[in-house]
Design a protein around this ligand. Structure first.
Ligand code: CUA
Length: 348
């Protein structure tokens, strides 16, 4: 958050341009801005000048009303018309360009939900931060699982609404390696201001390596650590605390093994399957005292990630006294891992 503020302080205007279409965007923006400044100064100046020059100097001054002048009428009609047409053509070309990704662009699926971002790449790899190769056109297909959000990266000058029930498209081509803020620019509820993630622009080699690791990153970590990473990267932290503090959602502390009570009066002991269900079908059992606002992670989260969350929950629950997995269980459907397949919790 502080980093965002520090960055914002550097300029009164937009942050430095870091995409191929930012130039055209800024050119038009500056044209409109400085033209407005020019006319403001000219008109306000003339106004003051005329007020002084044509003021009534004595009680005997008889004002003479203006008469018709075709030249003046054309003068105040044609130049503004021409200027507005220039802005229209310039803006429309930019608008069309923003909507049409070049052929061969690398496609990333963007899924927004209250209040996190999920990005899915060509090989089914997914993540909560957006990684892209530098100097490569990236086409985005955006959709939402709940309300309207808006994808906004100020450095790229790209902003597109993300609407439930349809796919919106946009694209960009980043020109410099680095990390950029990605904001939600549409008010979408309580945690809207926290719906922030990063775009990591990297070399093609780094991006390839990233995808390689991303496809199976959990293999190199202990399940509890996988759970911690999921908690941080998937937006869980925005609603759930780990230390017992109340939030939009229940704290994760002491959930595992606890008897949970739902709005319909039913109860269930929070075991592995309960945790899994509440990640994939959160609307089925809504906890008493909470609203039905948790998004589903169906199709966005892989089984080993769910296992990680379960192990993390066990590790912070006094109601669980069993063993915590030291290693990720072998996944029989490893190669055909489709994300939302059946829950293969291997037995210990
Ligand atoms: Cu999503 Cu604001």
């Amino acid at each position: 958050m502080l980093a965002i503020l520090a960055q914002a302080e550097k300029t009164l205007f937009l942050p430095p341009a870091r995409s191929t279409m930012a130039g055209a965007h800024d050119g038009l923006y500056n044209f409109v801005l400085w033209m407005s400044v020019f006319w403001l100064v000219l008109i306000a100046g003339l106004l003051v000048y005329f007020v002084i020059k044509y003021r009534r100097k004595s009680p005997h001054d008889k004002p003479v009303g203006p008469t018709h002048s075709t030249a003046i009428e054309l003068g105040w009609t044609l130049p503004p018309l021409i200027l507005v047409m220039i802005i229209f053509v310039w803006g429309f070309r930019g608008f069309m360009n923003m909507n049409q990704a070049p052929n061969g662009a690398y496609q990333v699926l963007v899924s927004a939900s209250k209040w996190n971002w999920a990005f899915t790449y060509g090989g089914g790899e997914n993540d909560g931060t957006l990684h892209v190769p530098v100097n490569t056109p990236i086409s985005l297909v955006l959709t939402s699982t709940d309300v309207i959000h808006s994808f906004y990266v100020p450095e790229f000058r790209v902003k597109k609404d993300v609407v439930p029930g349809r796919y919106n498209k946009t694209w960009f081509q980043a020109t410099e390696v680095g990390e950029y803020n990605l904001f939600c620019a549409e008010y979408c509820g309580q945690q809207h201001s926290q719906m922030i993630t990063k775009v990591v622009v990297e070399s093609q080699e780094d991006f390839d390596a990233y995808l390689e690791v991303r496809g199976r990153w959990w293999k190199t970590e202990k399940p509890v650590d996988v759970g911690k990473t999921v908690y941080k990267d998937r937006g869980c932290a925005q609603c759930h605390s780990l230390d017992g503090t109340a939030g939009t959602g229940p704290t994760w502390k002491n959930i595992f093994g606890d008897e949970r009570k739902f709005v319909d009066g039913s109860t269930r002991i929070a075991d592995e399957n309960y945790i899994r269900d509440s990640i994939l079908n959160p609307g089925n059992e809504v906890l008493e005292g909470y609203d039905n606002v948790m998004p589903t992670f169906q199709g966005q989260i892989k089984d080993p990630e769910i296992t990680g969350v379960i192990e993390l929950l066990k590790s912070i629950s006094t109601k669980y006294d069993g063993k915590i997995l030291g290693e990720m269980p072998a996944d029989p459907g490893d190669e055909a891992d489709g994300g939302s397949g059946d829950g293969t919790q291997a037995q210990e």
